[in-house]
Design a protein around this ligand. Structure first.
Ligand code: PEP
Length: 229
């Protein structure tokens, strides 16, 4: 299983360091095959040692240059970061990243050998139209994306379940993952209001290879519990 924590715009450099130190002591008993990823804010990127992978929530597709407010490859290389989240719905919706822009970013980080956690997810009005519309929408989010890339992990995150406290039902997760797996031979994570109370049930669903956790990952006890439970 894969357990990934997306801190979004939460935690500082100091609190991320303390979080990681605590997390590593708590997950000492984790199953050897399980993988843990932490995506802190850019200001908390650093070099850590331990049985987990530190990734970037975002970066610009350039080595360096005139891209005010962005970080590029050079800033990631400083900390040997080789994992990145791309396509998160908050970047698609709030930061207005288009599919074409996302595909360009994907291609750039792919060309630099990054492991990519690529996020897809439908809005509520599409979910309400039924599974056929959901799949059409989700598959359109692979436009321009090389889904055969060997370092690709996909995260299915229904937008209506992100940060709302309302996770998709087990049946919704199972049917969507099963349908996605017909196109996608890659690890497939679920994200959207995963918390200690539902994480065990979600990881037991066939076709779920791990979790991408936002709000409930901010508390180290809560995230560690999901890993070691
Ligand atoms: C996310 O944004 O990746 C996410 C899954 O958030 P939350 O767990 O808060 O719904």
């Amino acid at each position: 299983m894969i357990f990934a924590a997306n801190f979004k715009t939460n935690h500082t450099r100091a609190s991320t360091k303390a979080y990681i130190e605590t997390l590593l002591t708590k997950i000492i008993t984790k199953r050897a095959e399980d993988k843990v990823y932490i995506f802190p804010p850019a200001t908390a990127l650093d070099q850590f040692s331990g049985d987990f992978i530190l990734g970037a929530q975002n970066a610009y597709m350039a080595q360096n240059g005139a891209f005010t407010g962005e970080i590029g490859l050079e800033q990631l290389e400083e900390f040997e970061i080789k994992t990145i989240l791309i396509g998160h719905s908050e970047r698609r919706e709030i930061l207005r990243e288009t599919q074409a822009f996302i595909a360009e970013k994907f291609a750039y980080f792919q060309s630099h050998g990054f492991e990519i956690i690529y996020c897809i997810g439908e809005p509520l009005e599409i979910r309400q139209q039924g599974q056929h519309s959901v799949m059409e929408y989700l598959l359109s989010q692979f436009e321009g994306i090389d889904i055969s890339y060997e370092k690709l992990i996909v995260a299915y995150e229904p937008i209506w379940a992100i940060g709302t406290g309302r996770s998709a039902t087990s049946a919704e997760i199972a049917s969507t993952h099963e349908a996605l797996k017909k196109t996608l031979q890659k690890p497939l994570l679920y994200g959207g209001s995963v918390k200690p109370e539902n994480s065990k049930e979600i990881i037991s669903i066939r076709g779920v290879d791990g979790l991408l956790v936002g709000s409930a990952s901010l508390d180290v006890e809560s995230f560690a519990g999901m890993i070691t439970d």
